[in-house]
Ligand binder design. Structure first.
Ligand code: ADP
Length: 819
């Protein structure tokens, strides 16, 4: 019955047509209402938009002019009662204009508690809802509507089910209050005191859970229990929504909190940075990296890889443990030279000029370099140009030649030393998974060079080792192979790097230790040591001017005369190259610079005229006592002492070999840190001497009665090699026979048991050393005679070179009154 009623009540009726109250339907309607304590009234009509004032509610409002205003004005003068109806926002306009055709059937009879006209035409009113009312008829439409209506009062209802429902709704209200807060305690207490379901339902609609349509729904529900049920469902739905919304808010808040925390920390960091003066004004580091990548002159695959990493960085955040690793990696990528550079055509004459300006002598070496450059110029990319490898002792200018080549080609210069490299990872880097991983030496040097086509020097390629950590040689082969090096793989970088534009030059002290696959790939250019004259020239023309400039001295302020240079070369250095010579000159410059500066302190006008000329006698005052004794190894011709020459990777040197026979039981005693090969040479010398004893006029029993002690001075220096053979034999035979050895003779050569003299290596270094030591005659194997042309002119002029093929020849020259 109630449901039926509601259905009908929701049907709006037409004002103009007005309802036919005598109709059957209307009669049923009225009959039903009669059962509900109807009370008929005729009331002025007030239309309110988007709001519902329920019975028991008191609401203050402001209204403007219009029909509703006029209705209230009249009511205020009469019994202050009005009928409120509630319409939506878009309907209200038409009611105001008096064009409304349909009125809702159910409204609320209300009492005007206040009606105050404000100066600007606005009226403040207070309405108190009294009871529901059903409109029956419109009795007047101008100047305001007046309607006839029946008041509807809720019947009193009770029951356990109703109690339970009311409790539930009250709980819902409590829950709402929990979520919303800020609801006055009295209001809640008031709700809890309500006894009737209809009243409760009406009251809760004032809460924010109810929308206008919900409120209308509640208003139209005449059955109080049904009304409360409706309110319950609306509240339940809204509570659910509220909970959901709160959860979403909570989640969002957490995300926001985290973001805020990060922002806060970053801000602090930025401020700290700025205070420390490290602020580069770059905002977000990720953006900064992205910008750098965008500006990078590099192939696409490089940029893609870098961007991929930056994306990872952005996802993980700057504070993640991996951020540092990723950043370092991206920094490496953006700081490496990837893009091609233009280089001017190689001008051979220009290159020659540069080489000549930077280096004295080295004619053959320069020629080879120029040939190499010429081929590079003509053949260009078509030819696999070989890799140059300079082999020679330290300080002969290998590195500075490399620099000159770079200068001549207008390229950057990169350099890495391979000395002691035993691990492939040193060349190729470690994978990023290693803690503190870095790219290998090649990539590191490329970064420093800031060019993808520098002249790249691989120093000490003869000192590359090999052990369980992998063979660096294979990595080097890849670096040097033009077929492969356009995509060199460094473990750290992970992406290929193009080394094909690089001009590689290797250096080594010795040729032999270079692994043959590497050696095959290189064009070997040997650079020998310098003669004394050459050293003086280099010192005068290159080292001294360079050091003067370096120390801020002018050529007038410091003059080193040739006698001083000779003294430095002889007394303060003993080397194949000029490295120590340069060091000594630098030390001289330092001392003079101090003097000049001191004079300047005292009298500025004088400093420009002050001048120091260093002559032979002054050297010791500046550089201290001589470090090496110059001259022949021995002061006079001695029995049992012969002069040999040794060769080491750092150049040649002269050395004395002493033999002392002492009474005893025919054995051989060797001292002076001799290596196995040298010991065997000594054995062979003994056997030879023994077999020839009679020829030399020595009793063969001599060897049974003597202990032959052979010593090579400078015992701290290890010595080895077969080339001391003839020297050992000469010293031994001198000792046996008592014939002195000529002290101005030096010799080198391997000896066989039968006294044949075999060839040796390093002739140039050895003759240079002998020349340095003031030797007049140099005995050498005949096999090496072909190498004489290679020797410096000065050596050939000053040294009497005697090629020999047998021990007999050696003894004839070396011994006084030889055999
Ligand atoms: P290396 O690399 O062979 O050990 P460096 O190139 O370091 O030798 O040379 C040492 C120093 O000697 C450098 O200052 C270099 O310029 C100088 N030098 C070497 N040879 C010559 C030369 N022929 N002319 C001029 N300076 C030279």
């Amino acid at each position: 019955m109630t449901n039926d009623n509601q259905q009908r009540q929701q049907q709006p009726f037409d004002i103009d047509a007005s309802v036919n109250v005598e109709s059957e339907e209307a009669m049923m309607f009225n009959a039903a209402l009669d059962e509900q304590n109807l009370d008929a009234r005729e009331l002025p009509l007030v239309v309110l938009g988007e709001m519902v004032i329920m019975p028991h509610m008191t609401v203050p409002l402001q209204v403007g002019q219009g029909k509703s205003y006029r209705a209230m004005e009249r009511a205020w003068d009469e019994d202050r009662e009005v009928l409120l109806i509630f319409v939506s926002e878009h309907e209200i306009e038409s009611y105001k204009n008096g064009q409304a055709r349909d009125l809702p059937r159910i409204g609320v009879m209300a009492k005007l508690e206040e009606f105050i006209k404000l100066p600007d035409g606005i009226v403040r009113i207070v309405l108190e809802g009294m009871s529901r009312a059903r409109i029956v008829d419109v009795t007047q439409s101008e100047p305001f509507y007046r309607v006839r209506c029946d008041l509807i009062y809720d019947p009193e209802v009770a029951g356990a089910e109703i109690e339970a429902l009311m409790d539930t709704v009250k709980q819902q209200v409590d829950e709402f209050v929990d979520y919303l807060g800020e609801v006055p305690q009295e209001a809640i207490a008031f709700v809890h005191r309500i006894q009737q379901p209809g009243h409760l339902a009406d009251l809760v609609t004032w809460g924010p859970a109810f929308e206008f349509s919900d409120r209308l729904d509640i208003l139209n529900a005449l059955d109080p229990v049904e009304r409360l049920r409706k309110a319950y469902f609306i509240l339940a739905r809204q509570l659910e929504l509220l909970k959901l919304r709160q959860k979403i808010q909570q989640d969002t808040k957490e995300v926001l909190d985290q973001g805020q925390r990060e922002y806060f920390l970053r801000e602090q960091m930025r401020i700290i940075r700025r205070e420390l003066g490290e602020d580069d004004d770059s905002d977000d580091p990720v953006d900064e990296l992205r910008r750098k990548i965008a500006e990078l002159n590099a192939p696409d695959y490089v940029k893609e890889q870098a961007l991929h990493e930056v994306k990872r960085l952005a996802q993980q955040g700057m504070n993640s443990p991996e951020a540092g690793v990723i950043r370092t990696y991206v920094d490496w990528i953006v700081n490496l030279p990837w893009g091609d550079e233009e280089h001017a055509e190689i001008s051979i004459s220009e290159a020659q000029k540069v080489l000549d300006t930077d280096h004295y002598g080295l004619e053959k070496v320069k020629e080879r370099i120029l040939e190499y450059l010429a081929v590079r110029k003509l053949a260009g990319k078509k030819m696999r140009s070989p890799i140059l490898c300079f082999v020679g002792p330290p300080g002969v200018g290998k590195t500075s030649l490399g620099r000159s080549i770079a200068r001549a080609l207008d390229r950057k210069f990169a350099r890495t030393s391979l000395g002691g490299v035993r691990d492939e990872a040193e060349i190729r880097g470690h994978r990023r998974t290693y803690i503190g991983a870095m790219p290998g030496r090649i990539i590191q040097a490329m970064k420093t060079a800031k060019s993808n086509s520098p002249v790249f020097m691989l120093d000490e390629i003869d000192k590359v080792g090999m052990d369980f950590r992998g063979d660096p040689t294979s990595a080097l082969l890849e670096v040097l192979d033009p077929e492969q090096n356009n995509a060199f793989s460094d473990h750290y970088l992970e992406i290929p790097y193009d080394l094909s534009k690089v001009i590689f030059i290797a250096t080594a002290n010795q040729l032999e230790p270079i692994p043959s696959p590497l050696r095959d790939r290189m064009e070997i250019i040997e650079i020998g040591g310098y003669t004394e004259d050459e050293k003086i020239e280099i010192a005068r023309g290159f080292l001294a001017p360079k050091q003067l400039e370096f120390h801020g001295l002018t050529a007038e302020q410091l003059v080193i005369d040739d006698s001083a240079l000779i003294k430095i070369v002889r007394g303060y250095t003993r080397e194949a190259g000029v490295r120590n010579l340069e060091r000594e000159i630098a030390s001289l410059c330092r001392k003079v610079a101090r003097k000049v500066a001191t004079v300047q302190d005292e009298d500025t006008s004088e400093s420009s005229t002050v001048s120091y000329t260093i002559s032979e006698a002054d050297v010791a005052t500046y550089l201290g006592p001589e470090r090496f004794s110059y001259g022949l190894a021995e002061e006079k011709d001695e029995v049992g002492v012969a002069t040999g020459v040794s060769w080491t990777p750092t150049g040649g040197d002269v050395l004395s070999i002493e033999v002392l026979p002492v009474q005893g039981k025919g054995t051989l005693h060797l001292t002076g840190q001799l290596g196995d090969v040298m010991r065997e040479s000594a054995q062979a010398a003994m056997s030879y001497a023994r077999s020839r004893a009679e020829l030399f006029g020595v009793d063969p029993s001599y060897f049974d009665e003597h202990v032959i002690h052979i010593h090579v001075p400078e015992g701290a220096v290890p010595k080895d090699g077969p080339s001391a053979g003839i020297t050992l034999t000469t010293a031994l035979i001198s000792a046996m026979t008592g014939k002195p050895v000529r002290r101005d003779v030096a010799m080198t050569g391997e000896v066989t048991l039968r006294g044949k003299v075999l060839g040796i290596g390093g002739l140039k270094e050895k003759t240079l050393a002998a020349h340095r030591a003031g030797i007049k005659t140099f005995i050498m194997p005949r096999e090496n005679a072909k190498d004489i042309v290679e020797l410096p002119d000065k050596v050939r002029q000053d040294l009497h070179l005697v090629p020999v093929s047998s021990m007999d020849e050696v003894l004839k020259i070396a011994l006084h009154n030889g055999f």
